[in-house]
Design a binder for this molecule. Structure first.
Ligand code: PMP
Length: 392
């Protein structure tokens, strides 16, 4: 077989197993009201939890930023690409999450895959929840440290792994809100383990930042933990393309930690700085998040409404108090069929299949947003119940 035949065979296998992914082209701004192939669809798949991605004030801030700073940073941060507005954003982010200092990255993927290799190396050990985001897994692999994955939220298994380890440097790594399950990590218990075993606690709050905690300060704040200064071992990562509605990520923590990351993180050092206009828009986004209690209250009402209304029998609505409301169907083909039936009813809910989720747990990843209305959430819940009856 030629190299190209391998690819043909691989693609055919994906098709056969209902694992081939297809992109859909939305012609409208990111909002619940999408248009795909000329059809209006009500979308329940984005991570725009506060409805900020199509917020006119942010678009105006982005445009004003582009007028003032141009379109590109022009170089990496450590060469000539670090602009005053990047710095201003980092200061605002650090203040917002209560950390000494923050470092702004172009994407969450880059922050997550970069931090572990900067902190750990050969002979060290990473202890990771099995359902952590792929970017954290990649970071662990890139670090060359031993990777120990513990069953989802299983603290007893984590304890055993930690006790057995003789690694010099250790890190416990977790999503704060799990991206495909919507549940929340027990951060105080993890911090206690980190302190007991002298490990870093790396927390990816991609889905909690802006949504959970006082003024949306995130899952760490909600848990009553502070990043600074006693809790120096917390390395807090937040992403800025979800609730914040723009793009990018940050790592926040104690000043020495952040200075080390600035010196050593390859995904920060060897890449062009994100456009300063994005940082300008993000400053406005932070103001909206901080003043966003109304949006968060509406979102929480929608979450309760959806869970009360979606009384499913055969499909499993996972326990979740966050905007991520997964309905596990199991089989890949059936999940695709349900997603297609929802689409026929005008509802856009993506099917999530392996390897994004474990084999046999294909699901609809419903995500709710403050931009949804109550009647729209009722329509989704009722359509799901009706489809379950029809397809059972
Ligand atoms: N962490 C988690 C938990 C995520 O869900 C994602 C994105 N889906 C990322 C990190 C990556 O963030 P970004 O999209 O900014 O690269």
């Amino acid at each position: 077989m030629s190299l190209r035949d391998d690819l043909h065979a691989g693609l055919a296998a994906l098709e056969r197993d209902a694992l081939r992914r297809r992109r859909r082209r939305n012609t409208l701004p990111c909002a619940p009201h999408a248009q795909v192939d000329g059809r209006a669809l009500l979308a329940f798949g984005s991570n725009d939890y506060l409805g900020l991605a199509a917020e006119p004030a942010l678009a105006a801030a982005l445009a004003a930023g582009a007028q003032r700073f141009g379109t590109g940073a022009g170089a990496s941060h450590l060469v000539t690409g670090h602009h005053a507005v990047h710095d201003e954003l980092e200061t605002a982010l650090a203040r917002f999450v209560g950390a000494e200092r923050a470092l702004y990255f172009s994407t969450g993927y880059m922050a997550n895959s970069g931090v572990l290799p900067a902190l750990l190396g050969r002979g060290d050990a990473v202890f990771a929840d099995r359902l952590n985001h792929a970017s954290l897994v990649d970071g662990a692999l890139l670090s060359r440290a031993e990777l120990h994955r513990y069953p989802h939220l299983d603290l007893a298994a984590l304890d055993t792994l930690l006790e057995r380890s003789s690694a010099r440097r250790k890190a416990i790594v977790t999503d704060a809100v799990f991206s495909m399950d919507g549940d929340v990590a027990p951060l105080p218990a993890l911090l206690e383990r980190a302190a007991r075993h002298d490990a870093w606690l790396i927390v990816d709050d991609a889905h909690g930042f802006g949504v959970l905690g006082p003024q949306g300060r995130g899952t760490v704040a909600e848990a009553g933990l502070s990043v600074h200064p006693e809790a120096w071992r917390i390395v807090l990562i937040g992403t800025l393309g979800k609730a914040a509605g723009v793009a990018g990520a940050f790592v926040a923590g104690e000043a020495t930690l952040v200075e080390w990351l600035l010196q050593k993180t390859r995904t920060y050092i060897f890449t062009t700085g994100a456009p300063p206009a994005l940082a300008h828009a993000l400053l406005e986004s932070l103001r909206l998040i901080e003043a966003g209690d109304g949006r968060r209250a509406h979102l929480n009402r929608l979450i309760t409404l959806f869970r009360t209304r979606a009384q499913l029998q055969r499909w499993r609505l996972l326990p979740s108090r966050t905007p991520v409301q997964p309905v596990v169907i199991g089989d890949n083909d059936e999940t695709l069929a349900v997603s297609a039936a929802l689409e026929a009813a005008g509802l856009w809910v993506p099917a999530i299949r392996p390897p994004t989720v474990p084999t046999g747990s294909a699901r609809l990843r419903i995500s709710l947003s403050a931009a949804h209305r109550e009647d729209e959430v009722i329509r989704l819940a009722d359509t799901l119940c009706e489809l379950e009856r029809q397809l059972a």
